[in-house]
Design a protein around this ligand. Structure first.
Ligand SMILES: NC(=O)c1ccc[n+]([C@@H]2O[C@H](COP(=O)([O-])OP(=O)(O)OC[C@H]3O[C@@H](n4cnc5c(N)ncnc54)[C@H](OP(=O)(O)O)[C@@H]3O)[C@@H](O)[C@H]2O)c1
Length: 227
């Protein structure tokens, strides 16, 4: 496949580049101009298109001819960065392309997710502090996902748990709703989050799903498998 990775220079993005190359995909990466050097390890093996990920012309050029698009949705700044990025991908990816987006557990597709009081408090406090200090807008990530869910595209929105660094522990397991017992451990290695995103490109069972993921070797996943 020819795969575009939007937000390729971030931690999640670089893991996705590596997994996509490991699978033999041709990779086009988009990242901010000032972050191009973060992709030096891959510069002979991928095409890099510098630019803001919510710049529609940048996205139009990057996704041209791609079979799949992996997008890191980030809420940084007060500039509709997430929704601008998502909208450009929805508008310019070729019809039929597989579109896979990343976000956190706080995004809900159908309102059936059950969050702990502590989780809800963190989202409210972080959202308020981020907006007040003008460094991020969580609401815009919600808006981005609303547009994706309503689109007629072949989308998947992967909802990551808390993340940690470390060696891969395998493809995460997933469930439709936060609050499902299998997800209770609320932890995933970042490299495995990226692995799930890249694998989703070739998993049609995930089309129009918003899987919430967890480490396949976490206590809650192992307990679920045993049961
Ligand atoms: N962190 C967590 O614990 C967590 C938990 C659950 C889900 N997630 C989801 O995982 C994804 C990536 O998370 P991550 O923690 O692994 O981060 P990451 O991969 O480091 O990604 C950060 C991205 O944000 C970009 N960025 C940073 N500052 C920016 C700014 N001021 N303006 C525009 N772009 C900026 C970075 O681009 P540059 O390389 O150009 O700086 C990079 O592409 C997101 O979709 C997030 O919602 C994260």
């Amino acid at each position: 496949m020819k795969v575009c990775i939007i937000g390729a220079s971030g931690k999640l993005g670089r893991y996705m580049v590596q997994h996509a190359l490991d699978r033999g995909h041709e990779v086009v990466g988009v990242c901010r101009e000032k972050s191009v050097a973060k992709l030096d390890a891959f510069k002979d093996r991928i095409t890099i298109i510098p630019g803001a990920t919510n710049d529609r012309e940048v996205i139009k050029r990057a996704v041209e001819g791609c079979d799949g698009v992996l997008t890191v949705l980030v809420p940084w700044g007060l500039q509709q960065y997430s929704s601008g990025t998502a909208q450009a991908v929805l508008d310019y990816a070729r019809p039929g392309a597989r579109l896979v987006f990343s976000c956190g557990w706080h995004i809900t597709r159908d309102g059936q997710d059950v969050y702990s009081p502590a989780f809800k408090a963190v989202v409210v406090v972080f959202g308020w502090v981020a907006r007040t200090l003008r460094f991020a807008e969580l609401d815009d990530q919600v808006e981005a996902c609303r547009r994706i869910f309503e689109s007629g595209t072949r989308w998947t929105v992967v909802r990551g748990s808390d993340l940690e660094e470390g060696e891969s522990r395998g493809l995460p397991v997933w469930s439709r709703h936060v609050g499902d017992p299998v997800l209770k451990s609320n932890i995933t290695r970042r490299t495995d989050f990226a692995l799930f995103m890249v694998a989703a490109l070739e998993n049609d069972a995930l089309i129009r799903e918003a899987p919430a993921i967890v480490d396949c070797q976490s206590p809650s996943a192992l307990a679920h498998a045993a049961a």
